[in-house]
Design a protein around this ligand. Structure first.
Ligand code: UDP
Length: 496
């Protein structure tokens, strides 16, 4: 192995993992923390008290398995940030106007983190910071700790948005709905400014965006949750474009092998009856169940839920439907009660947090209707499950392009515009039950197109699993990342 240590994390190797407080960020970074701990490193996973309660189940599971992972609680002063008490996660922000103060106040965690790190033996080897936590640059500079930046989205998204920025298309194109082609790609990918929006690209977030870019430029390397065989051209080109080390180490969700670990992933404090879900799945034929979930943030309006329901009934498929709206809205609750009664034999609706990886990796699941958040997308890929894509906002539209047009392991339900935009043009946004039924039938029933999609998805799942096994591309990349971090830390000590 070219002199590389196979399991290089020594007892005195100490990684400090700092995710943004949002489920779609904390979950993959907690998985990364677990992967590093499994290589023998000590890991401090930094979060706030409220989020620590969600991650406690996963941390306790890790400790019980003999891994050295410590959950470190750093206060997030909501009041000083102008946020309601307890607003410590993106999914708890009550209105859109509170997003800017949330992001602008994250740096308030820097001093408490420095105090914690100063007391630590072993002293930190490397910080792995979420892209959205640029303030870790100051922690790294002040304490002379190497720092890598973790990117949540697909490399496909990162490269497409980079190309659009390099060609100044965000400035040159004025009509947000105008369709144009992403330049310099090996295939034709058509987007609009609405469907290829960059993170933080709103007028009131310009300072945050600049800070994020500065912190990325100053980083010692980038870490991505993807795998080389999934998007090789995009990864090579991205690495060339950014001109620094890019460590591709996913799919990180494949850390979880047993049901107990999968069950506590993401929100171990949620009250789902995992046993009941598993038991229900056990009674179904392989590949017969459709799983529907739109992630941790997106919400679907009543009118649209009804259409999904009718489309689903018409498709005749069994289903597990994650419906957070049913926990929050009385009108939905009432409709769900009737729908559940009608479909008692066909499916179950889970009203709060669902153990997604436990469900999606079960052999009974044969299709995933997803909002194309990158974690969900990659979890489906890793499980070899074909997708019905229903993007809502952010990077989800480009992830859909990757799935439907590049990988060809899914079909689009037919969304054209982001959900936040659609609320202003209600009727255009709306997708009727026929589209739902048709896409479910294509992916999960007979027919050549579906057969080919399922075959490709299955093969890609195999490739993903191999990438994470010893000797696989992501496994080896993680070894190299650990070695590189140790080397960087050694150099910093020598130069002090
Ligand atoms: N997730 C889950 N249960 C839920 C909702 C989401 O386990 O009820 C997990 C899902 O497996 C994924 C993450 O939360 O790992 C969501 O990330 P993604 O990027 O897919 O979407 P986001 O929630 O950020 O929109």
């Amino acid at each position: 192995m070219n002199g590389l240590i196979k399991n290089p994390g020594q007892p005195n190797t100490h990684f400090v993992v700092v995710p943004l407080m949002a489920q779609g960020h904390m979950i993959p970074m907690a998985d990364l923390a677990l992967l590093l701990a499994r290589r023998g490193a000590r890991v401090s996973l930094i979060t706030t008290p409220l989020n620590a309660r969600r991650l406690r189940g996963a941390a306790d599971h890790a400790t019980a398995s003999g891994l050295s992972l410590v959950l470190v609680e750093i206060p997030f002063p909501c009041k000083a940030a102008g946020l309601p008490e307890g607003c410590e996660n993106i999914d708890l922000i009550p209105s859109a106007n509170l997003f800017p103060p949330f992001f602008k106040s994250l740096h308030l965690m820097a001093e408490p983190l420095k105090s914690y790190l100063r007391t630590q033996p072993p002293s930190p080897t490397c910080i792995i910071s979420d892209q959205c936590m640029p303030w870790t640059m100051d922690v790294s500079n002040d304490l002379s700790i190497p720092r890598l930046v973790f990117h949540g989205p697909s490399c496909f998204f990162l490269l497409c948005t980079l190309k659009l920025a390099e060609h100044q298309l965000y400035e040159k194109v004025t009509d947000v709905e105008e369709i144009f082609t992403v330049p310099e790609l090996p295939q034709r990918i058509e987007v609009s400014k609405l469907t290829a929006q960059r993170f933080f690209d709103w007028p009131e977030m310009k300072d945050v965006m600049r800070h994020v870019q500065e912190a990325e430029d100053a980083a010692d390397g980038l870490v991505l949750n993807t795998f080389y065989e999934l998007e090789p051209w995009y990864i090579d080109e991205y690495r060339r474009s950014v001109g620094k080390d890019v460590w591709v180490v996913g799919p990180v969700s494949l850390f979880h092998k047993d049901a107990s670990g999968k069950a506590v992933r993401g929100d171990g404090s949620a009250g789902v009856d995992h046993g009941r879900v598993l038991q229900w799945l056990e009674g179904r034929e392989n590949g017969s169940v459709l799983f529907i979930s739109f992630g941790s943030i997106a919400r679907t309006r009543m009118k649209q839920l009804v259409e999904i329901g009718f489309g689903l009934e018409a498709s005749g498929r069994d289903f597990i439907w994650a419906m957070k709206e049913a926990e929050e809205n009385e009108e939905v609750k009432k409709w769900v009660a009737e729908f559940e009664e009608r479909n008692r034999k066909k499916g179950i609706i889970i009203k709060g947090w669902v153990p997604q990886v436990l469900i999606v990796t079960h052999p009974a699941v044969g299709g995933f209707m997803t909002h194309c958040g990158w974690n969900s997308t990659l979890e489906a890929v890793a499980a070899g499950v074909p997708m019905i894509t229903w993007p809502h906002f952010s990077d989800q539209f480009l992830n859909e392009k990757l799935v439907v047009e590049v990988l060809r392991t899914g079909v689009g339900v037919g969304v054209k515009l982001p959900a936040f935009y659609q609320t202003q043009v209600d009727e255009e946004a709306f997708l009727g039950r026929e589209k739902v039924e048709m896409s479910v039938r294509t992916v999960m029933c007979g027919g050549k197109e579906g057969e080919e999609i399922r075959k490709r998805a299955g093969e890609l799942g195999e490739t993903a699993r191999k990438a994470m096994e010893e000797g696989g591309s992501s496994y080896e990349n993680l070894s190299k990342l650990i070695n590189q971090a140790m080397e960087l830390a050694g150099n910093r000590v020598q130069s002090m």
